[in-house]
Write a protein that binds this ligand. Sequence first.
Ligand code: NAI
Length: 280
Amino acid sequence: MALIGVIGAGVMGVGVAQNLAQTGHDVVLVDKDEQILKEALETIARNARMSRLMGGPALDADEILSRITTSVGVGGAAEAEVVIENVTENWEVKRAVHEELDKVCGPDTVFVVNTSAIPITKMASITQRPDKVVGVHFMNPVPAKPACELIPGFHTSTETVERTRDLLKAMGKKAIDVKDACGFVSNRVLMLTVNEAAYLVHEGVATAESVDEVFRSCFGHPMGPLETADLIGVDTILYSVEVLYEHYADSKYRPCPLLKQMTDAGLHGRKSGRGFYTYN
Ligand code: NAI
C-alpha cells in the first residue's frame, strides 16, 4: 500500500491519520515537535479503543498504530505518494509548509490541502505542481464522517482529482464536488452561523447553552453552533472567519470580538479543555 504523508497532527491530522490507518494505509504523521506527535499517537490509540463504545466499528488500536510512523519536519514525507496537509488555518503557516513539501517530495506526489476556507488555487500557486494540488475539506471527527468536499483548483488535473477521489473512497468517504470558492459550500454557511452565534453571547442576548438549545430543540440539529465551535476549535473558527472576511471584504463576515478574546486567552474548545463549555 502506498505511503501517505499526513502533515499536522492536530484535531484534523489525528483524525485523517487514524482513518487512513484503519483502512489499511501506511502513514507518516508529521508535526513540528516530538511532544505533539507523542500526544497524537496517544489520542489515536484512545479513540480506537473507544470507537465501539461511541457507536463506531470495533478497532484494533495496536494494528492501527503499527501502520503509523512519525516525523518531526516534512522531510519524513519525502517518499509519500500523497501528502494530506492539515496545518494551522493561517496563510503564512500553510505557505511555508507547501513550499518545503514542494522541495522534498517527488514530482508525482499529490498535495491534498485540508482547509476550512483558503482557496486551493492560491495554495497551489506557491508550488511548482499546481496540477497536482487539490483541496479536500474533511469533516470532524474524520473517521466518523461519511463525506467531504472535493475541490479542484484552477490548474488541478483530472488525474489528480480522480486519484484523490479513489483515495477518499478507500477511506470510506463520498467526495462531494465543489468549486474553488473561499469557504467552499460548508464554511460559507457554517462560519457565518457560528460567528453570529458568538455575537449573541457577546451581546448578552443569550447564554451559549440557550443558543445551542434553540438549534437542538427547535431546529432538531444534533449539536448547536457553539458546541460545534468547541469541537472544531475556537481558534480555527476565528482564523476561518478572518480568511472569509479578508477574501470577500464583506462585513457579514466581521469576526466576533469574543472569538478573538477566547483565542488569545487559550479557550480553544475541547482540545484545550475549555471554550464555550468546560471539558474534563
Ligand atoms: P489544529 O490547530 O488542531 O492543528 C494544527 C497542527 O498543525 C498543530 O498540531 C500544529 O503543531 C501543526 N503545525 C503548525 N505548523 C506546522 C509546521 N510548520 N509543520 C508541521 N506541523 C505544523 O488545527 P486543525 O483543527 O487540525 O485544523 C487543521 C486544518 O484543517 C486547518 O486548515 C483547518 O481550517 C482545517 N479544518 C479543520 C476542521 C476542524 O473541525 N477543526 C474541519 C475541517 C478542516
